[in-house]
Design a protein around this ligand. Structure first.
Ligand SMILES: *Cc1c(COP(=O)(O)O)cnc(C)c1O
Length: 323
Protein backbone atom coordinates (compact mmCIF):
# COMPACT_ATOMS: atom_id res chain seq x y z
CA UNK A 1 0.00 0.00 0.00
CA UNK A 2 2.75 2.39 0.96
CA UNK A 3 4.15 1.94 -2.56
CA UNK A 4 1.68 4.56 -3.74
CA UNK A 5 3.28 7.08 -1.40
CA UNK A 6 6.23 8.11 -3.54
CA UNK A 7 7.94 11.30 -4.65
CA UNK A 8 6.65 10.51 -8.13
CA UNK A 9 3.07 10.59 -6.82
CA UNK A 10 3.74 14.04 -5.37
CA UNK A 11 5.08 15.28 -8.73
CA UNK A 12 2.00 13.82 -10.43
CA UNK A 13 -0.18 15.69 -7.93
CA UNK A 14 1.75 18.89 -8.61
CA UNK A 15 1.02 18.54 -12.31
CA UNK A 16 -2.64 17.62 -11.80
CA UNK A 17 -3.59 20.41 -9.39
CA UNK A 18 -1.53 23.25 -10.87
CA UNK A 19 -4.58 25.00 -12.32
CA UNK A 20 -6.59 24.73 -9.11
CA UNK A 21 -4.33 25.84 -6.27
CA UNK A 22 -2.10 28.79 -5.54
CA UNK A 23 1.63 28.54 -5.28
CA UNK A 24 1.79 30.27 -1.90
CA UNK A 25 4.60 32.64 -0.89
CA UNK A 26 7.57 31.51 1.19
CA UNK A 27 8.63 34.61 3.13
CA UNK A 28 11.54 35.23 5.46
CA UNK A 29 10.48 36.07 9.01
CA UNK A 30 12.80 38.81 10.26
CA UNK A 31 11.39 38.56 13.78
CA UNK A 32 11.82 34.79 14.14
CA UNK A 33 15.20 34.88 12.37
CA UNK A 34 16.48 37.47 14.85
CA UNK A 35 15.03 35.51 17.74
CA UNK A 36 16.52 32.14 16.77
CA UNK A 37 19.76 33.27 15.11
CA UNK A 38 18.84 31.25 12.01
CA UNK A 39 17.00 32.02 8.80
CA UNK A 40 13.33 31.23 9.46
CA UNK A 41 10.86 31.12 6.56
CA UNK A 42 7.07 31.01 6.64
CA UNK A 43 5.06 29.07 4.03
CA UNK A 44 1.82 30.99 3.74
CA UNK A 45 -0.88 28.36 3.26
CA UNK A 46 -3.20 30.69 5.17
CA UNK A 47 -3.28 32.53 1.83
CA UNK A 48 -4.21 29.38 -0.11
CA UNK A 49 -7.59 29.17 -1.93
CA UNK A 50 -10.35 28.60 0.71
CA UNK A 51 -7.91 29.75 3.40
CA UNK A 52 -6.09 26.49 4.07
CA UNK A 53 -3.80 23.95 2.39
CA UNK A 54 -6.55 21.30 2.23
CA UNK A 55 -7.58 22.34 -1.27
CA UNK A 56 -4.35 20.71 -2.54
CA UNK A 57 -5.31 17.22 -1.36
CA UNK A 58 -8.98 17.67 -2.21
CA UNK A 59 -8.14 18.74 -5.77
CA UNK A 60 -5.77 15.83 -6.30
CA UNK A 61 -8.35 13.36 -4.98
CA UNK A 62 -11.28 14.70 -7.02
CA UNK A 63 -9.21 14.93 -10.19
CA UNK A 64 -8.27 11.24 -9.75
CA UNK A 65 -11.89 10.06 -9.78
CA UNK A 66 -13.02 7.93 -12.72
CA UNK A 67 -15.52 9.58 -15.11
CA UNK A 68 -18.29 7.45 -13.53
CA UNK A 69 -17.32 8.50 -10.01
CA UNK A 70 -17.10 12.12 -11.04
CA UNK A 71 -20.57 11.98 -12.57
CA UNK A 72 -22.05 10.45 -9.38
CA UNK A 73 -20.47 12.96 -6.98
CA UNK A 74 -18.73 12.87 -3.61
CA UNK A 75 -19.60 13.01 0.08
CA UNK A 76 -17.74 14.20 3.16
CA UNK A 77 -18.56 14.89 6.80
CA UNK A 78 -16.30 17.88 7.42
CA UNK A 79 -17.71 21.39 7.89
CA UNK A 80 -14.21 22.70 8.53
CA UNK A 81 -11.35 23.33 6.15
CA UNK A 82 -11.62 19.92 4.44
CA UNK A 83 -15.34 20.38 3.74
CA UNK A 84 -14.71 23.83 2.33
CA UNK A 85 -11.93 22.53 0.13
CA UNK A 86 -13.98 19.63 -1.26
CA UNK A 87 -16.94 21.94 -1.90
CA UNK A 88 -14.73 24.51 -3.63
CA UNK A 89 -12.96 22.02 -5.91
CA UNK A 90 -16.23 20.18 -6.57
CA UNK A 91 -17.86 23.36 -7.77
CA UNK A 92 -14.94 24.11 -10.07
CA UNK A 93 -15.29 20.63 -11.54
CA UNK A 94 -19.08 20.96 -11.82
CA UNK A 95 -19.61 18.03 -9.47
CA UNK A 96 -22.20 17.15 -6.89
CA UNK A 97 -20.79 17.54 -3.36
CA UNK A 98 -22.78 16.34 -0.34
CA UNK A 99 -21.70 17.28 3.19
CA UNK A 100 -23.27 15.28 6.05
CA UNK A 101 -23.47 17.25 9.29
CA UNK A 102 -24.78 16.37 12.76
CA UNK A 103 -27.84 18.25 14.08
CA UNK A 104 -25.92 20.56 16.40
CA UNK A 105 -23.37 21.91 13.91
CA UNK A 106 -22.93 25.71 14.05
CA UNK A 107 -25.22 27.49 11.54
CA UNK A 108 -22.49 29.79 10.19
CA UNK A 109 -20.41 26.74 9.24
CA UNK A 110 -23.33 25.24 7.34
CA UNK A 111 -23.96 28.56 5.61
CA UNK A 112 -20.31 28.81 4.52
CA UNK A 113 -20.41 25.32 2.98
CA UNK A 114 -23.71 26.08 1.24
CA UNK A 115 -22.27 29.27 -0.25
CA UNK A 116 -19.64 27.06 -1.87
CA UNK A 117 -22.43 25.20 -3.63
CA UNK A 118 -22.47 21.96 -1.62
CA UNK A 119 -25.63 20.12 -0.51
CA UNK A 120 -26.05 19.81 3.24
CA UNK A 121 -27.60 16.66 4.72
CA UNK A 122 -28.37 17.00 8.44
CA UNK A 123 -28.34 13.68 10.27
CA UNK A 124 -27.37 12.32 13.67
CA UNK A 125 -26.64 13.63 17.15
CA UNK A 126 -22.86 13.77 16.70
CA UNK A 127 -19.99 13.52 14.23
CA UNK A 128 -19.86 9.70 14.41
CA UNK A 129 -23.53 9.35 13.50
CA UNK A 130 -23.12 11.83 10.64
CA UNK A 131 -20.21 9.72 9.42
CA UNK A 132 -22.25 6.50 9.49
CA UNK A 133 -24.93 8.30 7.50
CA UNK A 134 -22.36 9.53 4.97
CA UNK A 135 -21.18 5.96 4.44
CA UNK A 136 -24.78 4.80 3.94
CA UNK A 137 -25.41 7.62 1.45
CA UNK A 138 -22.23 6.74 -0.38
CA UNK A 139 -23.46 3.16 -0.76
CA UNK A 140 -27.00 4.09 -1.76
CA UNK A 141 -26.22 6.91 -4.18
CA UNK A 142 -22.87 5.77 -5.47
CA UNK A 143 -21.05 8.75 -3.96
CA UNK A 144 -17.33 8.55 -3.21
CA UNK A 145 -16.39 9.35 0.40
CA UNK A 146 -13.48 11.80 0.47
CA UNK A 147 -11.18 11.33 3.47
CA UNK A 148 -9.53 14.44 4.93
CA UNK A 149 -6.14 12.75 5.35
CA UNK A 150 -6.03 8.94 5.11
CA UNK A 151 -5.84 8.69 1.34
CA UNK A 152 -2.77 8.46 -0.93
CA UNK A 153 -4.02 11.17 -3.34
CA UNK A 154 -4.80 13.52 -0.50
CA UNK A 155 -1.36 12.92 1.03
CA UNK A 156 0.38 13.45 -2.32
CA UNK A 157 -1.60 16.67 -2.83
CA UNK A 158 -0.47 18.07 0.53
CA UNK A 159 3.08 16.95 -0.35
CA UNK A 160 3.21 19.53 -3.14
CA UNK A 161 3.93 22.06 -0.38
CA UNK A 162 7.24 20.25 0.15
CA UNK A 163 8.13 20.56 -3.54
CA UNK A 164 7.40 24.28 -3.56
CA UNK A 165 9.51 24.78 -0.44
CA UNK A 166 12.52 22.97 -1.92
CA UNK A 167 12.30 24.83 -5.21
CA UNK A 168 12.69 28.14 -3.41
CA UNK A 169 14.88 26.94 -0.56
CA UNK A 170 16.88 23.91 -1.74
CA UNK A 171 19.02 24.00 1.39
CA UNK A 172 16.13 23.82 3.86
CA UNK A 173 17.30 21.99 7.00
CA UNK A 174 14.20 21.75 9.22
CA UNK A 175 10.48 21.79 8.39
CA UNK A 176 7.95 22.37 11.18
CA UNK A 177 4.25 21.76 10.51
CA UNK A 178 0.96 21.31 12.33
CA UNK A 179 -0.09 17.68 12.84
CA UNK A 180 -3.56 16.18 13.18
CA UNK A 181 -4.55 13.28 10.93
CA UNK A 182 -1.11 13.47 9.33
CA UNK A 183 -1.93 14.12 5.68
CA UNK A 184 -0.20 17.50 5.73
CA UNK A 185 3.04 16.62 7.49
CA UNK A 186 3.08 13.09 6.02
CA UNK A 187 2.91 14.48 2.49
CA UNK A 188 5.51 17.16 3.13
CA UNK A 189 7.88 14.74 4.87
CA UNK A 190 7.46 12.20 2.08
CA UNK A 191 8.53 14.80 -0.48
CA UNK A 192 11.38 16.51 1.35
CA UNK A 193 12.90 13.31 2.77
CA UNK A 194 12.90 11.75 -0.69
CA UNK A 195 15.06 14.66 -1.85
CA UNK A 196 17.18 15.00 1.28
CA UNK A 197 16.73 12.49 4.14
CA UNK A 198 18.71 14.78 6.46
CA UNK A 199 15.95 17.42 6.53
CA UNK A 200 14.49 17.39 10.02
CA UNK A 201 10.69 17.13 10.18
CA UNK A 202 8.71 18.23 13.22
CA UNK A 203 4.96 17.82 13.87
CA UNK A 204 3.06 20.06 16.27
CA UNK A 205 -0.31 19.39 17.95
CA UNK A 206 -2.23 20.85 20.90
CA UNK A 207 -2.06 19.44 24.44
CA UNK A 208 -5.83 18.98 24.29
CA UNK A 209 -6.13 15.80 22.26
CA UNK A 210 -2.91 15.10 20.31
CA UNK A 211 -4.25 11.86 18.85
CA UNK A 212 -1.44 11.12 16.37
CA UNK A 213 1.27 11.80 18.95
CA UNK A 214 -0.43 9.55 21.53
CA UNK A 215 -0.86 6.90 18.85
CA UNK A 216 2.85 7.02 18.01
CA UNK A 217 3.64 6.58 21.72
CA UNK A 218 1.22 3.63 21.99
CA UNK A 219 2.53 2.02 18.79
CA UNK A 220 -0.97 1.85 17.29
CA UNK A 221 -3.86 4.25 16.56
CA UNK A 222 -5.71 5.31 19.72
CA UNK A 223 -8.81 7.40 20.43
CA UNK A 224 -8.94 10.40 22.78
CA UNK A 225 -11.90 12.42 24.04
CA UNK A 226 -12.35 15.72 22.16
CA UNK A 227 -11.75 18.90 24.14
CA UNK A 228 -12.40 22.45 23.02
CA UNK A 229 -9.20 24.09 21.77
CA UNK A 230 -8.06 27.18 19.88
CA UNK A 231 -6.59 24.72 17.37
CA UNK A 232 -10.05 23.47 16.37
CA UNK A 233 -8.89 22.50 12.87
CA UNK A 234 -6.59 19.91 14.50
CA UNK A 235 -9.41 18.17 16.40
CA UNK A 236 -10.55 14.66 15.53
CA UNK A 237 -9.06 11.18 15.51
CA UNK A 238 -6.79 9.38 13.07
CA UNK A 239 -9.15 6.39 12.69
CA UNK A 240 -8.60 3.13 14.58
CA UNK A 241 -8.42 1.50 11.15
CA UNK A 242 -5.88 4.05 9.85
CA UNK A 243 -4.33 2.78 6.62
CA UNK A 244 -1.69 5.28 5.53
CA UNK A 245 -0.85 8.26 7.68
CA UNK A 246 0.05 6.51 10.95
CA UNK A 247 2.79 4.43 9.30
CA UNK A 248 3.90 7.34 7.13
CA UNK A 249 4.28 9.70 10.09
CA UNK A 250 6.06 7.00 12.09
CA UNK A 251 8.55 6.53 9.26
CA UNK A 252 9.17 10.13 8.29
CA UNK A 253 8.75 12.45 11.27
CA UNK A 254 11.71 13.16 13.55
CA UNK A 255 10.12 15.00 16.46
CA UNK A 256 6.69 15.88 17.81
CA UNK A 257 5.65 18.75 20.07
CA UNK A 258 2.47 19.73 21.93
CA UNK A 259 1.43 23.29 22.80
CA UNK A 260 -0.79 24.68 25.58
CA UNK A 261 -3.73 26.92 24.77
CA UNK A 262 -1.76 29.95 26.01
CA UNK A 263 1.13 29.07 23.69
CA UNK A 264 -1.24 28.72 20.73
CA UNK A 265 -2.83 32.09 21.52
CA UNK A 266 0.62 33.69 21.74
CA UNK A 267 1.56 32.23 18.35
CA UNK A 268 -1.62 33.58 16.73
CA UNK A 269 -1.03 37.09 18.07
CA UNK A 270 2.68 36.94 17.19
CA UNK A 271 1.75 36.07 13.59
CA UNK A 272 -0.65 39.01 13.51
CA UNK A 273 1.62 41.56 15.15
CA UNK A 274 5.08 40.64 13.86
CA UNK A 275 4.22 39.07 10.50
CA UNK A 276 0.92 40.79 9.65
CA UNK A 277 -0.55 37.35 8.98
CA UNK A 278 -4.03 36.20 9.94
CA UNK A 279 -3.58 32.61 11.12
CA UNK A 280 -6.04 30.27 12.84
CA UNK A 281 -5.05 28.31 15.96
CA UNK A 282 -4.37 25.07 14.09
CA UNK A 283 -2.35 27.02 11.55
CA UNK A 284 -0.21 28.76 14.17
CA UNK A 285 1.10 25.80 16.17
CA UNK A 286 4.24 25.29 14.07
CA UNK A 287 5.16 28.93 14.56
CA UNK A 288 4.39 28.44 18.26
CA UNK A 289 6.82 25.53 18.51
CA UNK A 290 9.64 27.73 17.17
CA UNK A 291 8.58 30.79 19.16
CA UNK A 292 8.48 28.84 22.43
CA UNK A 293 11.65 26.84 21.61
CA UNK A 294 9.88 23.49 21.91
CA UNK A 295 12.05 21.56 19.48
CA UNK A 296 15.77 21.61 18.67
CA UNK A 297 16.25 23.43 15.39
CA UNK A 298 18.73 21.74 13.07
CA UNK A 299 20.73 23.74 10.53
CA UNK A 300 20.35 27.30 9.34
CA UNK A 301 17.25 27.23 7.17
CA UNK A 302 14.06 26.64 9.11
CA UNK A 303 10.68 26.37 7.38
CA UNK A 304 7.46 26.94 9.33
CA UNK A 305 4.17 26.00 7.69
CA UNK A 306 1.29 28.40 8.44
CA UNK A 307 -1.39 25.88 7.44
CA UNK A 308 -4.57 27.96 7.58
CA UNK A 309 -6.16 31.32 8.24
CA UNK A 310 -9.85 30.58 8.81
CA UNK A 311 -10.23 32.15 12.23
CA UNK A 312 -13.18 34.07 13.59
CA UNK A 313 -11.99 37.68 13.36
CA UNK A 314 -13.65 38.75 16.63
CA UNK A 315 -11.86 35.94 18.45
CA UNK A 316 -8.47 36.85 16.96
CA UNK A 317 -8.87 40.55 17.80
CA UNK A 318 -9.93 39.67 21.35
CA UNK A 319 -6.83 37.49 21.77
CA UNK A 320 -4.58 40.25 20.43
CA UNK A 321 -6.10 42.78 22.85
CA UNK A 322 -5.63 40.46 25.85
CA UNK A 323 -2.00 39.87 24.95
C1 LIG B 1 -6.54 19.92 8.57
C2 LIG B 1 -5.63 20.96 9.08
C3 LIG B 1 -4.39 20.65 9.68
C4 LIG B 1 -3.92 19.24 9.94
O1 LIG B 1 -3.77 18.48 8.78
P1 LIG B 1 -3.67 16.90 8.88
O2 LIG B 1 -3.46 16.44 7.50
O3 LIG B 1 -4.99 16.42 9.46
O4 LIG B 1 -2.56 16.57 9.81
C5 LIG B 1 -3.55 21.70 10.03
N1 LIG B 1 -3.92 22.97 9.87
C6 LIG B 1 -5.09 23.31 9.32
C7 LIG B 1 -5.41 24.76 9.17
C8 LIG B 1 -6.00 22.33 8.90
O5 LIG B 1 -7.16 22.67 8.36
Amino acid sequence: MVDELTLQAVYAARHAIAGYVRRTPLIRSEALSARTGRAVYLKLENQQETGAFKVRGAANRLLALTPEERAAGVVTVSTGNHGRAVAWVGRRLGMRVVVCVPELVLPHKVAAIRRLGAEIVVHGANQDEAEVHALALAGKQGLTLISPFDDPWVIAGQGTIGLEVLEELPDATTVVSSLSGGGLLGGIALAVKAVNPAIRTVGVSMERGPVMIESLAAGHPVQLPEEPTLADSLMGGIGLDNRYTFDLIRRTVDDTVVLSEAEIAAAMTYALREERQIVEGGGAVALGAVLHEKTPLVGDNIVVILSGGNVDMGKLIALAQED
